[in-house]
Write a protein that binds this ligand. Structure first.
Ligand code: SAH
Length: 468
């Protein structure tokens, strides 16, 4: 055949052997030397694809037919899988997902971080990897006179309704706790009953429904995210929802008028019950407010924190910094084995939760500071704080350079980095490696089965620094 990279065209059909996957979960193969990304495929699949887009260094194609399936191929369980886009690996056997995720982390550290051949532990998976999420946010939309709850289809503004009549074979999302799916369905019914007039006054009035459940205590929270106008039947909605849903401990309205991508607004009004729910994790009790971060997979969180404890290897005397502390979970977990722990967190409500959590768990050797890590860390370093170790657990975008520079200035002999994004993890570890830190252990933990996401925890040491 005479085809080469430059003659591959949009619309062309191509037979491709898939040899890897990308961070967004698409399969990758080569066609006449050009990398081709094909969603819905797996390493080992031999497929027929149609080229949708051709760029200089790669092409994107659509799966037409599987000619020879990978031995790890699985029939996806969710009826919404093809449309929803929330999961990208439901066509892979669970063990294969764990192998693929391990490879993604290894590959990032090597390619993006320039860290060479780092040894990465096999991703720690779940025994029962379904209905593991303790939180979900459904988009709310009114169509044909009814409210629909679901997720936007990949790359579009078309809602996949998870609770419509056609979904009765599977009401809700298979990753979400079944109690939360039932609660969502009930909320949809009650919005139909009590939501109409509000919507007439302000189109798009109902934006999202955010639901949470504390797995240990069973307490549930519902946050209805709306526009700012009056909701004439708000009290009726709240009354009937609380009456019909045992375990609903907290019903909150969040006012969100902006066009930001954030799910919830900044203003919260309590409609019924308490303003927070309580959960237990790793033998500690935690209060969780509506806009506080809380890990979504509690079973695997215990696995993750167990590793954090192991890597921290505390003796009871150390000073520890938890730089993105949320409601204080890691800080309080480690405080039991440390001399003093500082937690830094930017969301004020989460800081309040963290202080309250220290109180209710009778943990006195912690201090929580409100603000950005990239501001607080340099200030603490300038004041001369020299902790024995730091935990960095930033959001997906990773740490700001100022935060890393401050950590370096503190001359810590060890640090633990927890990350939900292998790309920014690799970038930050690469930077730290350039300043004398060495990657000790890397352990991915599967917090998000069936999706392409992977959480990792890394121990870094700096043997040039002896500590105090
Ligand atoms: N360690 C916690 C939270 C991790 S999630 C846990 O395991 O539950 C990351 C946290 O960092 C969130 O609570 C988020 O609000 C916070 N955050 C985001 N940007 C920040 C910044 N620039 N400085 C400090 N905290 C930040």
């Amino acid at each position: 055949m005479t085809t080469n990279k430059t003659t591959i065209r949009t619309g062309q059909k191509a037979e491709v052997l898939i040899t890897g996957i990308t961070h967004s979960g698409a399969g990758v193969g080569r066609y006449h030397g050009l990398a081709v990304f094909i969603p819905g495929t797996l390493p080992g699949d031999k497929i027929l694809a149609e080229v949708l887009e051709k760029k200089k260094k790669y092409a994107v194609a659509r799966l037409l037919e599987i000619l020879e399936p990978s031995s790890c191929r699985l029939e996806p369980q969710c009826v919404h899988y093809a449309a929803c886009g929330g999961c990208r690996l439901q066509h892979a056997a669970y063990e294969e997902q764990l192998r693929l995720k391990t490879g993604l982390v290894r590959d990032s550290l090597n390619r993006i971080g320039g860290l060479g051949e780092v040894v990465v532990g096999m991703t720690l998976g779940m025994e029962h990897p379904w209905h593991y999420r303790n939180k979900v946010h459904f988009k709310v939309e009114k169509r044909d006179g009814r409210y629909h709850l679901g997720f936007y289809e990949e790359g579009s503004h078309h809602l996949t309704d998870f609770f419509s009549a056609g979904s009765c074979r599977q009401p809700g999302c298979l990753l979400v706790d079944t109690g939360l799916n039932q609660l969502a369905s009930l909320c949809g019914t009650l919005l139909d009953k009590y939501g109409g007039e509000a919507l007439e006054r302000e189109p798009g009035f109902f934006r999202h429904l955010v639901l949470r459940k504390a797995f240990f205590t069973g307490e549930m929270m519902a946050v209805v995210v709306t526009g700012s106008r009056d909701w004439p039947r708000e009290k009726d909605f709240a009354g009937e929802l609380m009456a019909q849903q045992p375990g609903l401990t907290s019903l909150v309205r969040s006012i969100h008028t902006g066009q930001t991508g954030e799910i919830m607004g900044k203003e919260f009004q309590l409609l019924a019950g308490r303003d927070a729910i309580y959960d237990r994790l790793a033998h500690l009790t935690f209060r969780i407010s509506p806009d506080s971060f809380y890990q979504v997979n509690p079973l695997q969180t215990e696995v993750l924190y167990g590793k954090a404890g192991e890597y921290a290897a505390l003796t009871g005397r150390e000073t520890v910094l938890d730089a993105y502390s949320g409601i204080g979970t890691i800080a309080l977990y480690l405080a039991q084995h440390a001399g003093k722990v500082y937690g830094l967190e930017v969301v004020p409500a989460a800081v309040e939760d963290a202080r309250h959590n220290a109180d209710i768990n009778k943990i006195r050797n912690v201090e929580f500071l409100a603000g950005k890590a990239e501001r607080l860390l340099p200030a603490l370093a300038r004041k001369g704080l020299r902790p024995d170790m730091v935990v960095l657990d930033p959001p997906r975008r990773g740490c700001a350079r100022e935060a890393l520079d401050a950590v370096i200035a503190m001359e810590l002999p060890r640090l633990v980095y927890v990350s939900c994004d292998p790309g920014t993890l690799a970038r930050d570890l690469g930077y730290l490696a350039g300043k004398g830190y060495r990657v000790g252990e890397v352990q991915p933990v599967d917090m998000f089965p069936w999706t392409q996401h992977v959480e990792s925890i890394v121990l870094m040491t700096n043997s040039g620094l002896k500590g105090k």
